[in-house]
Design a protein around this ligand. Sequence first.
Ligand code: R5P
Length: 296
Amino acid sequence: MADNQGNQLAKNYHLDNPQTSSQGSGGFFLKGAGHCDWGLQSRLARMFRPASGNTVMLAFDHGYIMGPTSGLERLDLVIPPLIPFVDVLMATRGALRSSIPPTQPKPVCLRVNYDSSVLYDDMSLGGGLACDIRNAVRMHADCMAVQTFIGAPGEKNSLELLSRTVDAGLDYGIPTLGVVAVGKQMARDEKFFLLATRLLAETGCHLVKSYYCEGFERVAAACPVPIVIAGGKKLPELDALLMCERAINEGARGVDMGRNIFQSENPAAMCRAVAKVVHEKHTAKQAHELFLNLCN
Ligand code: R5P
């Protein structure tokens, strides 16, 4: 019988022995995807640069619960200039169809669930499927994203939705991104992220979006698929870059970042600075210097 004691004793993360292509990844450069279908690997290889193994995903799906979020008031004006500097676009189908030219070349991670709006006290209640697999294929999605609410009242529904999305995606070689949501009453510590990220990976998703925390290296080591980190609320640029640097050094495979990019005083410069940290191992300080130079 499963219990909630065993994970409190977990300590053998083998941080000096990262999961490699010979350990469950079958020769593919991304952990956890070695035994996946060619088409699914091909889509992952469009999202994650094979040279660095990492990705810069631009998240601009905030409107699906927040409405016209600061910095995203006009998707059609804000997002297209940033596309050359990122690897993946993460958005709803409504944002893409209405505001992003289909001629743009970058892979798309499509948010396929809806949630309660920010007007509700408990966002975990009331979510469901916003876009089924047929429509995801029509949208030429390279990945589908589903929000999950681990430890909240909406946990069961969100895990059911994640499972069904993984099933549907596998029929078409489309990977699924499991998103770890953090609510007002939910913890944001290592213990929570260890549980949530591992749970999502074992439910079948091919990559996980979570948050940076103290002890992140253990979170990344215990999650058998790549983790990308969300940025969260807007920070000063140097602090956001420091968070990226720590996350990458501790095992994140990239970022899925929104507000710290589109709410920056110079979003394009911030994209380029983040990419230097994510793909070229620049320090936050070096990347911040680039940011300042580009601003000038
Ligand atoms: C929130 O509505 C979405 O899940 C965002 O995609 C996610 O929070 C990442 O954006 P940010 O970096 O602004 O947290």
